[in-house]
Design a protein around this ligand. Structure first.
Ligand SMILES: [Zn+2]
Length: 248
């Protein structure tokens, strides 16, 4: 290598190293600047700290829609915010609101099992998703199940609780189909092509469909042998895997 080639090589390496260090520092700063956008300084970008025109962006989940968490940033920092926002969705334990808002106002049936023995379990046909857009509706429970936040009217009140996704799949095939790929919210989701997202969600969604399918098979056999449907209700109650008690 000639002396000039050596210098060019060193110069390019230097630029690449400096640039990638700058980019990774900026991404890290953007990540740490995801916070609740209340009582904040206006007209200051929280990422590069420049003063001027800045705008806000919230994530499309409970954290963003209700807790008002997001970024306040200038035009120059926008690409970093967009990148990190996308990463937030890819790695989130919940689907974002835009994916399931079509479920609003659709009746959703589910097997309701009360915490108290005073109420017999029963099929509640007119559940719905939270009308105020506050809650994350489809999320991964720490136990590994995919859970669904269902609401219903109880007297003058709207109450809600978490049930397993298999519960709503089994009783609402017209909405959820027979495979996770039939779910409209998954079809709408913009990050399903990402490996990280796939690793987190696919096997868990498959498990929920497997449980719902098991119940179809049991129901078919009960019918075949003329066993009363009441038996299925009892089995659902005790051995259903359609229910996990999760604090709402
Ligand atoms: Zn900035």
């Amino acid at each position: 290598m000639t002396q000039s080639n050596h210098l060019i090589n060193e110069w390019v390496t230097n630029i690449v190293n400096t640039t990638s260090k700058n980019v990774s520092d900026k991404l890290y700063k953007t990540l740490t600047c995801y916070f609740r956008l209340t009582f904040i300084k206006m007209n200051e970008c929280h990422i590069c700290e420049s003063i001027g025109t800045a705008e806000s962006l919230y994530t499309d989940n409970w954290n963003g829609r209700h807790a008002l968490k997001g970024w306040y940033y200038c035009e120059k920092c926008k690409p970093y915010v967009m990148f990190v926002k996308n990463m937030k969705e890819i790695t989130a334990n919940e689907l974002f609101y835009y994916t399931y808002k079509y479920l609003k106002y659709k009746p959703i049936a589910f097997w309701r099992k009360s915490r108290t023995l005073a109420i017999d379990s029963y099929l509640l046909r007119d559940g719905f998703i939270d009308p105020h857009d506050y809650l994350d509706i489809i999320s991964i429970h720490y136990g590994g199940r995919v859970i669904f936040n269902i609401s219903w009217n109880q007297g003058d009140e709207i109450v809600s609780k978490h049930i397993t996704l298999s519960n709503v799949i089994y009783f609402n095939r017209y909405l959820f189909g027979y495979s996770w790929t039939d779910m409209e919210c998954i079809q709408r989701c913009r990050v399903t092509h990402e490996k990280k997202w796939q690793n987190k969600w696919i096997s868990k969604l498959e498990y929920e469909y497997q449980i719902a399918d098991n119940w179809n098979i049991i129901k078919w056999h009960l019918r075949k042998y003329g066993i009363p449907f009441k038996c299925l209700s009892i089995i659902l109650d005790y051995w259903g895997e359609l229910y996990v008690f999760v604090s709402a």
